[in-house]
Design a binder for this molecule. Structure first.
Ligand SMILES: Nc1nc2c(ncn2[C@@H]2O[C@H](COP(=O)(O)OP(=O)(O)OP(=O)(O)O)[C@@H](O)[C@H]2O)c(=O)[nH]1
Ligand SMILES: [Mg+2]
Length: 298
């Protein structure tokens, strides 16, 4: 078993061969490098000429490329870095050192302080998704979509069979799944430069942002039901209260129940809200019991 496996996802990435040679120079023989490649044949040959292991990606997309590489890796620590030159090998080494010595299961590179090269809409979207992730999973991350991260092999084992989310799944897939299996994580500041070579290989559309948010919430249902169902319950209850206030005000004015439809709606909303909150509390209790049993079993 090697100490470290570095997975490099590539899709017609001109900068990749020079990055891969730099990785080998930096990490020497203690690392295995696995290139998971989706390039055309000329580029593939250049990658093979580095002498490193090249896995031809049969699956589709960045997230699956990482999943394929991590599943094939044999290191005690599993890391990845984008091949477009936006991240430095030095920063990858710092992330790995933090993983090795920090007693944490997952460490990634935080670009939020050095994101000058990131378009504003991506930066804002990233900030929103990071806040949502932190809220739902009780974490303190600064950048949940980083292209450089590392995790312990044991942590990956707990999510090895997780199915990649269908849309908008990249780094945050690993962060959500690891959170759900009770793993710890942090990020450390890294620099983020201009991409080397031709245009981006991942086409980011607004729908990806929505799908990431959707996945974060959907998967938090069984992680943080108190927040999700509790919030729904509270909203229903508050709308019910407002409706009820109108009904009562009308009654005080005219002395009769002038809008029975609204009165019924208000009652249903209040009851629905309370039921959601009770369900949230029960689910939270069950989850706490399940976590306790899980800890005792370990
Ligand atoms: N194997 C594989 N690699 C991919 C795929 N899509 C992207 N990559 C690689 O994954 C890394 C990240 O992709 P980028 O296109 O840089 O995505 P990005 O960082 O969000 O976009 P930029 O900020 O514009 O660079 C690069 O090394 C790509 O070559 C894919 O479908 N398969
Ligand atoms: Mg990139």
């Amino acid at each position: 078993m090697v100490d470290l496996s570095i997975i490099v996802p590539t899709k017609n990435e001109e900068h990749a061969p020079s990055l891969i040679r730099e990785l080998r120079r930096h990490f020497g023989s203690k690392a295995e490098i696995i290139i998971v490649d989706k390039s055309e044949s000329a580029m593939r040959k250049e990658l093979e000429a580095t002498g490193e292991r090249v896995m031809v990606q049969e699956s589709v997309g960045y997230g699956n490329a990482l999943m394929d590489g991590f599943r094939a890796a044999s290191g005690k620590m599993l890391a990845t870095i984008d091949a477009d030159g936006t991240y430095t090998v030095k920063d990858l080494a710092r992330v790995i050192a933090e993983l090795e010595h920090g007693g944490i299961d997952f460490v990634s590179g935080d670009r939020s302080k050095s994101a000058a090269t990131m378009p504003v809409h991506i930066r804002l979207g990233n900030r929103f998704l990071t806040s949502l992730f932190n809220l739902l999973y009780h974490k303190k991350m600064h950048d949940v979509l980083s292209g450089v991260f590392a995790m312990k092999a044991g942590a990956f084992d707990s999510i090895r069979n997780s199915e990649l989310y269908r849309y908008g799944a990249g780094t945050i897939f690993f962060e959500i799944e690891l959170s759900r299996s009770g793993r710890t994580m942090k990020d450390i500041p890294v620099s983020y430069g201009e991409r080397q070579g031709s245009k981006p290989k991942i086409k980011i559309k607004p729908i990806h942002g929505f799908m990431i948010a959707y996945n974060a919430v959907r998967n938090a249902r069984d992680y943080n039901p108190l927040l999700i169902f509790g919030a729904i319950g509270l909203v229903l209850f508050l709308i019910g209260l407002v409706q009820g206030a109108f009904v009562l005000a009308g009654y005080a004015q005219s002395g009769t129940l002038s809008d029975p439809g609204r009165a019924l709606l208000s009652l249903l909303l209040l009851i629905g809200g309370v039921l959601f909150i009770i369900a949230a509390l029960i689910l939270d209790l069950l989850l706490a019991i399940e976590r306790k049993l899980y800890r005792e079993r370990k």
